[in-house]
Design a protein. Sequence first.
Length: 117
Amino acid sequence: QVQLVESGGGLVQAGGSLRLSCAASGNILYINTMGWHRQAPGKQRELVAAITRAGSTNYADSVKGRFTISRDSAKNTVFLQMNNLKPEDTAVYYCNADTIVPKRANWGQGTQVTVSS
C-alpha cells in the first residue's frame, strides 16, 4: 500500500496563493501518476491536476493558468501551487497516487482549502 500525507491547506483571501504538499511512503516504487482532486460540499470529487512519473501533466480547465503541479521523485512528494485563488476553489483537496503493481488508487486524508471573497 501507499500512504499519503497532505499539508498546506488553510484559509486565504481571493487572489491569494497556497501551496499544497503530499508525501508518499510505502509501496512507492510502483507509483505512476500522482495528482490532486477536490470535493466541495454537495458536489462530486473532481480532478484538479495530475502528473505522471515521466512528467506529463493534466489540468482541469477551471484551474489552467492558475495552478501548477510538480513532483519531486527523489522525495516522493507532489506539490500543487495555487495562485489567484477564487471562492469557487474552496473544497477539501485530496492527494492521489496510482500504483501499477498492484493496480490501485491510493488516497490521502484530505486538506481543507477555503477562499474568502
